[in-house]
Design a protein around this ligand. Structure first.
Ligand SMILES: Cc1cc2nc3c(=O)[nH]c(=O)nc-3n(C[C@H](O)[C@H](O)[C@H](O)COP(=O)(O)O)c2cc1C
Length: 326
């Protein structure tokens, strides 16, 4: 199913691009809980054309990892074009090519990339046109509401549509807000009212109530689950049940969470190998156990584990700790 097909269904839930996090294991776990579409993390067009090993590693996927969106970052038309050629040569299986005009990180924006493009609408349009002209799959764009205010948000979104993008992802904050502060629902709504292409909204989708609020207050066609899904993949199921049947399903039991952690760990070990797999899983243990009582000691232990067997013991002990705390 393509992104556009996903967006034609009620309440589409999409796993957001998350640098350093939305890798294959993360996407597979989310898909198990009903995520309908998932994004890889942003890929820098220039690094991709250099065939940098670390960058190519980000592209790893498998048959069941569909439908899948790929996001490019950059501000140099020749490299964006070359990146598309390379992706097509390798028959990469993404069904949309997203362009990043949202990343607020200084080392990106100081080069004129990511959210910096919001200040240069002409350049943003010309880069989107290059992507549209060269890409065999539909081009989409992820934007923020503006650099430091939202005055031009609708104009930016309109020029993205006019340049040929088929979907706009809107993170409802400005670049200056970074990842904190209020999400501006009315500003997203104005964009939705003006554009004719689908709008996917992002920002603070942390529980089923906030998901409902985003759909109701903006009229968006879909939502992106980002930080709300970290160590919380069942959020996809919770939101879906709440929006379709008004049913609030509880957080999984401690035993179920331990089982999900084991599956996640196993995916990490298979994907990255024992050393990096363990290393990458640690932060997820912290997220999976967020808000739990008496967990500090186990979290410290997790930082010292040196084998999969040790990690499995910590997960077993987590069950005892969580049961004792309730
Ligand atoms: C650690 C982290 C990495 C992110 N990486 C990307 C990225 O690669 N591309 C992108 O467009 N947005 C990225 N984002 C932004 C998210 O996709 C999302 O739009 C943002 O976090 C707002 O949603 P939230 O408030 O629900 O987390 C990232 C956000 C975080 C916290």
């Amino acid at each position: 199913m393509s992104l556009l097909e996903v967006l034609s269904k009620p309440f589409p839930l999409i796993s957001a691009p998350l640098a350093g996090l939305s890798d294959l294991p993360f996407r597979l776990i989310n898909r198990q809980f009903g995520c309908q579409y998932a994004f890889l993390e942003m890929i820098h067009a220039r690094s991709l054309t250099y065939e940098n090993i670390k960058t190519l590693d980000l592209l790893r996927t498998q048959e069941s990892d569909t439908p899948l969106g790929l996001q490019l970052l950059g501000d140099e038309a020749p490299f964006l074009k070359l990146a598309i050629e390379l992706l097509e040569k390798n028959k990469y299986k993404h069904d949309v090519l997203d362009f990043n005009a949202a990343c607020p990180i200084k080392k990106i924006t100081c080069k004129g990339e990511g959210a910096a493009l919001l200040k240069n609408r002409r350049k943003l349009s010309s880069l989107i046109k290059v992507l549209v002209k060269n890409s065999k799959v539909p081009v989409t764009v992820k934007m923020r509401l503006g650099w430091d205010d939202t005055v031009k948000a609708v104009d930016i979104a309109s020029s993205i549509q006019d340049a040929g993008a088929q979907v706009v992802f809107v993170h409802g904050r400005t670049k200056i807000q970074g990842y904190s502060g209020e999400v501006d629902y009315p500003a997203i709504r104005k964009i939705k009212k003006k554009l004719t292409i689908p709008i996917v909204a992002s920002g603070n989708i942390l529980d089923p109530f906030l998901a409902k609020k985003m759909f109701e207050q903006t009229g968006c066609d879909g939502i992106l689950i980002a930080r709300g899904g970290l160590g919380n993949p069942w959020i996809f199921k919770q939101i879906s049940e709440f929006l379709s049947k008004e049913q609030l399903i509880p957080r999984p039991s401690v035993n179920e969470i331990a089982g999900i952690m084991k599956t996640h760990l196993n995916l990490y070990m298979g994907h990255y190998g024992p050393k990096r797999g363990l290393w990458n899983f640690r932060k997820f243990f912290v997220w999976y156990t967020r808000g739990m009582n008496n967990i500090k000691q186990l979290r410290c232990r997790v930082m010292r584990v040196s084998s999969e067997a040790d990690m499995l013991l910590v997960i077993e002990d987590f069950k005892q700790t969580a049961a004792a705390a309730n």
